[in-house]
Design a protein around this ligand. Structure first.
Ligand SMILES: Cc1cc2nc3c(=O)[nH]c(=O)nc-3n(C[C@H](O)[C@H](O)[C@H](O)COP(=O)(O)OP(=O)(O)OC[C@H]3O[C@@H](n4cnc5c(N)ncnc54)[C@H](O)[C@@H]3O)c2cc1C
Length: 475
């Protein structure tokens, strides 16, 4: 009887999983997850992601009838050992999409190949192969719209989703370390305890979330997605990050079920397109993970100010929308997209701290922390990225709150100590009179901070700093 090994990675699902589908053509499948912190030590999961992962592995184990085999250590060594013990000649997996996983895949092909074991990978996490989407001159796109419209939409569309593999016989290894998942993966710090009431993790939950989104929220998506107090976004990002739902399934479901010309359809598919663009950029420009995409930002006079950084991280900057966002992140492991842009702009343009500081904090605190999306998001905000927000376009957090949280619901939810300030002053409490503050039981500098920087002076300072690096771009 032939046995294959399927290695789960960022594809913690059974449905539309092409590698698992191929592995299941063998009589038996050894389903494996390896928690490897040694092969790519510079790119480890942050703490919030580890919470999600540990929950997701439990759900996957349930779907596999309790037969998920988990190991801790170096992927190549563990795979070789398993192949020897179970006499396995075929290993299947979803393809690594980040540069360091692509390198690891090459190494695995070689190491396994030396033992006459085939290593076969399948594109599963993204819709279009970055290597084959190129401009006419053979170079990669750097601007989203032509990338998406010409490079993706005019090319061969994403493949149709696959059904569940049929009649699969999964094998359980008595040496599996599944029992120690929580001990090894779950962060010891207890801040995530309330999340089990906030998030439903795993493949079934991802499908439910998608159905709920399509049924109840989709019809307001294009407009509603901008308002953090409204429930019009999908919240699929952690499910997509861990591959609990396939982007191919999402893409085709939306294409097939919503009529063309719908602005909601266009907007939503474009956001899925931005996710593709992030992975695409990381593939073609791997240096952007650590360095500015646009090298002229290498000379930017970023400040090192650990006090500002801590105040930003804790949501104690004295700027309500920024504090609301940072507290949403800490309390829920998530932050609304509009607010990600606002807190990001505040960090890099009002506090003059480097985008890498923001990326690091998000990597650690977001349940959807995604190396590609997070890096591209931060470089976009900083102005240093491909097709980024121009540096001189500085978000004004007060007018952003007025426009996108006009009743102050989002701010009141996450910054309750200022909830009684009347709405016209809520977005900038320092403009309220002593009387107003007193009746709202707020004492600035005591019950809630004064803004740590003056918004308009810091804006001017940022523009001056930007002037200094305004040399022709060397990308
Ligand atoms: C500074 C910054 C950091 C970010 N870090 C991450 C991150 O670590 N992980 C992450 O998944 N997204 C990140 N984003 C993008 C975006 O904020 C989130 O994808 C989105 O808020 C997730 O919520 P949702 O699933 O409800 O999105 P929806 O609006 O419902 O969108 C559906 C899906 O499209 C994709 N998407 C939406 N907006 C973007 C975008 N701007 N860029 C790339 N993909 C997008 C996501 O996969 C998302 O789940 C970041 C954005 C910024 C500005």
């Amino acid at each position: 009887m032939s046995t294959s090994l399927f290695l789960f990675r960022y594809d913690l699902r059974l449905k539309d999983n092409p590698g698992l589908f191929a592995a299941a053509r063998h009589e038996n499948v050894l389903p494996v997850y390896i928690y490897d912190v040694e092969s790519c030590p510079d790119y480890l999961l942050g703490e919030a992601s580890r919470w999600w992962l540990s929950q997701s592995l439990q759900k996957l184990n349930e779907s596999l009838g309790g037969k998920l085999n988990v190991y801790f250590g170096k992927t190549d060594e563990i795979l070789l050992n398993l192949c020897n013990r179970f006499n396995i000649k075929h290993v299947y997996a979803s393809r690594g999409e980040e540069p360091w996983l692509i390198e690891l895949d090459e190494k695995l092909a070689e190491v396994l190949g030396n033992q006459e074991i085939t290593w076969k990978t399948f594109q599963s996490a993204i819709l279009w192969d970055p290597a084959s989407v190129l401009k006419k001159d053979g170079t990669p796109y750097k601007v989203f719209t032509p990338f998406f419209k010409k490079g993706c939409l005019e090319a061969i569309g994403p493949r149709r989703p696959l059904p569940l593999p049929q009649q699969t016989h999964y094998i359980l290894d008595s040496n599996s370390d599944y029992g120690t998942v929580e001990k090894h993966i779950l962060p010891s710090h207890s801040w995530h305890h309330p999340w089990k009431h906030l998030w439903k993790v795993g493949e079934a939950a991802a499908l439910n979330q998608f159905e709920l989104f399509m049924e109840k929220k989709f019809s307001h998506y294009a407009e509603g997605r901008n308002f953090p107090a409204q429930d019009h976004v999908s919240r699929l990002s952690p499910h997509l990050r861990f591959g609990e739902i396939s982007p191919h399934f999402i893409w085709h479901h939306v294409q097939d079920s919503i009529a063309n010309g719908s602005p909601n359809k266009e907007r939503f598919l474009a956001e899925i397109g931005w996710r593709e663009f992030s992975y695409y950029l990381l593939f073609h420009f791997p240096h952007m993970m650590k360095n500015n995409f646009n090298s002229k930002f290498d000379d930017f006079p970023w400040q090192a100010n650990p006090i500002y950084l801590r105040q930003w991280q804790k949501g104690l900057t004295g700027v309500p929308i920024v504090d609301a966002g940072m507290r949403e992140l800490w309390q829920t492991g998530y932050m609304h997209n509009r607010v990600r842009m606002i807190v990001g702009s505040f960090l890099v343009k009002n506090l003059l701290l480097s985008w890498q500081e923001g990326r690091k904090w998000f990597d650690d605190c977001l349940v959807d922390a995604d190396f590609a999306n997070n890096t591209a998001g931060w470089q976009w905000v900083a102005g240093s990225g491909a097709d980024a927000a121009p540096y001189f376009r500085i978000f004004n957090p007060v007018s952003q709150s007025e426009n996108f949280d006009s009743q102050g619901e989002y701010i009141r939810k996450f910054v309750p100590e200022i909830a009684n300030i009347p709405t016209p002053y809520l977005f900038a409490p320092w403009t309220a009179s002593e009387n107003i503050l007193q009746s709202a039981k707020v004492k600035l500098g005591v019950t809630y901070p004064m803004p740590i920087v003056d918004l308009s002076a810091s804006r001017q300072q940022a523009l001056l700093a930007f002037e200094k690096i305004k040399a022709p771009a060397k990308i």
